[in-house]
Design a protein around this ligand. Structure first.
Ligand code: UDP
Ligand code: MG
Length: 186
């Protein structure tokens, strides 16, 4: 799952998990959990998130792989990662795995800004200054990842403006098709 801040990745992930039974791995949530857990990386993660920059790949990849290894599910929905080509390359190298499909939540900046400013989740990065930085980082570092997967024919673009249910009706057929493919293989 790829998309800018406030594009609705997390919200749709909840619905995908309910409907299709994936294990949801939100890179941002894993980092926030690590940040408050007395980890040696705590203050580095805090400062990085506050500045809207990207945490070093080795930290994020380690957290994601730890969750994958300790899960009895084998279908993973990775939300908000990879954030950069460096993230992508590190993950693929260490895990030896690549995503089957990539969803890109395409959303105009003004809509993303409005959503982030009104979500009231108490996040240190949901303020206008950090949002501006996150949008810049998204464009410079995350869009190239989406281009990379698009060239491999893996990207499904979702129009991320609309109600939660309207957006899910675009998401659903993508995962329906995945289920069908898995059935055909077995
Ligand atoms: N982040 C990161 N690497 C990741 C995912 C998140 O460094 O793989 C950091 C980054 O600073 C980002 C913040 O965590 O701006 C929040 O990410 P999240 O996906 O939770 O928020 P969203 O951008 O979807 O609002
Ligand atoms: Mg999120």
């Amino acid at each position: 799952m790829e998309g800018g801040p406030g594009s609705g990745k997390g919200t749709q992930c909840i619905k995908i998990v309910e409907t299709f039974g994936f294990k949801h791995l939100s890179a941002g949530d894993l980092l926030r959990r690590e940040m408050v857990s007395n980890s040696e990386y705590g203050s580095m993660i805090l400062n990085t998130i506050k500045e809207g920059r990207i945490v070093p790949s080795e930290v994020t990849v380690k957290l994601i792989l730890k969750e994958m290894e300790s899960s009895d599910n084998h279908k993973f929905l990775i939300d908000g990662f990879p954030r950069s080509e460096e993230n992508r390359i590190a993950f693929e190298k260490i895990s030896g795995a690549e995503p089957d499909v990539v969803l890109f939540f395409d959303c105009p900046e003004d809509v993303m800004v409005k959503r982030v400013l009104s979500r009231n989740q108490g996040r240190i990065d949901d303020n206008i200054d950090t949002i501006k930085k996150r949008l810049k980082v998204f464009e410079a570092l995350n869009l190239p990842v989406i281009d990379y997967y698009a060239k491999k024919g893996k990207v499904h673009r979702i129009n991320a403006v609309g109600t939660v249910d309207e957006i899910f009706e675009q998401v659903r057929p993508v995962f329906k098709a995945c289920e069908q493919k898995a059935l055909n293989r077995s």
